[in-house]
Design a protein around this ligand. Structure first.
Ligand code: 0ST
Length: 340
C-alpha cells in the first residue's frame, strides 16, 4: 500500500504483456541454467517488425543480480556483431523477466559439428571459401567493440558465436552472445563446475587462467578466438581434452587441459613467457611437468602442418600463432588482429 494504488493500476493497465505481443506457447528451443528460450513471432497486433525472435525467460524471479547485469549491460551495447536486446518485459504478477532478441538460426558449435560429420561420411559439404575469414573478421570486430567499451566476454567458445540464418535480413552475420552460465561468477577462480558440471569445458581457457591468474583480461578473450580459428580450420577443438565426469575441483588448475595445450604448443620456456614463474599455480606446474622437456619437439607449426597441412609461413598461420601466444602480453589486441 506504500505505492499509490491508482498509480499502480495505471502502470499495470499500460504495461505491454509478453503473451499479448508474442506467440511462444510450445515453441521452446533452449533450456539451461540461465533460463529457457522460445523461438517466437510477433502477434499481428504487436508493433514489432515481422520475423523470428528469441524470447529468453530468465531463471528465477524478480530482478536477480544476473538479470540486472544482463539488462544493464546489453541495453548499453549496439554493434552489428553483438547480440542486441530488443525489449524487456517485466511480468509483475509472476515476477518473471523476459528478454527479446533477434532469432539466430545457427551457432558455430552446430555449424562445425555439421561440417565435421558431413566430412566423416565424406560428402563434400565444404565451408564456402573465405567462410573462416569472414567469421573471424566479424568475431574480431565484435570483440574489438566490446573491449573498447571495457566489456570482457570471459567465455568465448563456438556455442556463443551465433550466425543469422537465411530467413534473416542479416544472413551470415555473426552475433556474439553469452548463452552460458559463466556469468554468475566474475572471478575466474570460482568453480564453475558447481553449477552445471556437464557443460563446462576448459578447451578455450587461456593457460594463465589454468595456472591461477586472478583476473580476466582482454588477452584471455583473444586466446579463445585463436582456439576458435583453429577449430574452424580443422573442424576439431584444438585443445580437446576429455572431461572426467563432474570434476569437483575448486582449483583452476587443470592438469589434463594443460597437458593437452603443451602437447600441441610445446612447453613454454623462460624466454617464451617471462612472468610464468609468478603465477599462483607455478609450483603445481613444476611438480607435474618438471622442465617440460618431454614436450620439446612439439609446436603449433608442427601440429597444424601435420594435422592440416597448414604452412608455417602462411598469413593465417602467423595470425593463429600470435593469437595463441602462451604469454598473454604477446597476444595481439583485437584491433591488431583485425589489421593482420
Ligand atoms: C547475466 C548475464 C548473462 C548474459 C550476458 N550477456 N553478455 C553478452 C555479451 C555482450 C558479453 C556478448 C551477451 C549476453 N547475453 C546473451 O547473449 N543472452 C542470450 C541471448 N540469446 C538467447 C537465445 O537466442 C539468441 C540470443 C550478460 C550477463
Amino acid at each position: 500500500a506504500w505505492m499509490d494504488a491508482d498509480f499502480r493500476r495505471q502502470l499495470s493497465a499500460r504495461r505491454e504483456r509478453v503473451e499479448d505481443a508474442f506467440e511462444f506457447e510450445g515453441r521452446k528451443v533452449g533450456r539451461g541454467s540461465y533460463g529457457q528460450v522460445f523461438k517466437t513471432k510477433p502477434r499481428s497486433c504487436a508493433d514489432a517488425p515481422a520475423g523470428d525472435y528469441a524470447l529468453k525467460q530468465i531463471e528465477g524471479s524478480g530482478l536477480s543480480m544476473s538479470a540486472c547485469r544482463e539488462i544493464a549491460l546489453l541495453r548499453e551495447l549496439k554493434h552489428p556483431n553483438v547480440i542486441s536486446l530488443k525489449q524487456v518485459y517485466l511480468a509483475h504478477e509472476t515476477r518473471q523477466i523476459w528478454l527479446l532478441f533477434d532469432y539466430a538460426e545457427h551457432d558455430l558449435w552446430r555449424m562445425i559439428n555439421f561440417h565435421a560429420s558431413a566430412k566423416k561420411c565424406n560428402s563434400q559439404v565444404s565451408l564456402p571459401p573465405n567462410f573462416t575469414k569472414s567469421i573471424m573478421h566479424q568475431i574480431l570486430c565484435g570483440i574489438h567493440y566490446l573491449h573498447s567499451n571495457w566489456v570482457l566476454h570471459r567465455d568465448l567458445k563456438p556455442a556463443n558465436i551465433l550466425v543469422m540464418g537465411a530467413t534473416s535480413p542479416e544472413r551470415g552475420r555473426v552475433k556474439i552472445a553469452d548463452l552460458g552460465l559463466a556469468r554468475l561468477f566474475h572471478q575466474p577462480l570460482t568453480p564453475l563446475t558447481e553449477i552445471d558440471p556437464v557443460v563446462v569445458t576448459f578447451w578455450y581457457r587461456a593457460p594463465e587462467l589454468l595456472l591461477g591468474a586472478r583476473h580476466y583480461t582482454k588477452a584471455i578473450d583473444l586466446w579463445a578466438i585463436g582456439c576458435i580459428m583453429a577449430e574452424l580450420i580443422t573442424d576439431k577443438p584444438l585443445f580437446y581434452c576429455k572431461q572426467e565426469e563432474d570434476i569437483k575441483t575448486s582449483s583452476p588448475y587443470n592438469r589434463d587441459q594443460l597437458e593437452r595445450i603443451f602437447s600441441v604448443m610445446g612447453f613454454p620456456s623462460q624466454q617464451d613467457w617471462r612472468d610464468l614463474p609468478h603465477l599462483p599455480k607455478y609450483g603445481d606446474l613444476v611438480r607435474n611437468f618438471g622442465t617440460g622437456q618431454q614436450y620439446a619437439r612439439f609446436s603449433l607449426g608442427r601440429h597444424m602442418s601435420r594435422s592440416f597441412g597448414m604452412s608455417e609461413t602462411s598469413p593465417e598461420f602467423r595470425l593463429l600463432s600470435r593469437l595463441l601466444a602462451m604469454d598473454p602480453l604477446r597476444r595481439p589486441s583485437a584491433r591488431e588482429a583485425l589489421e593482420d
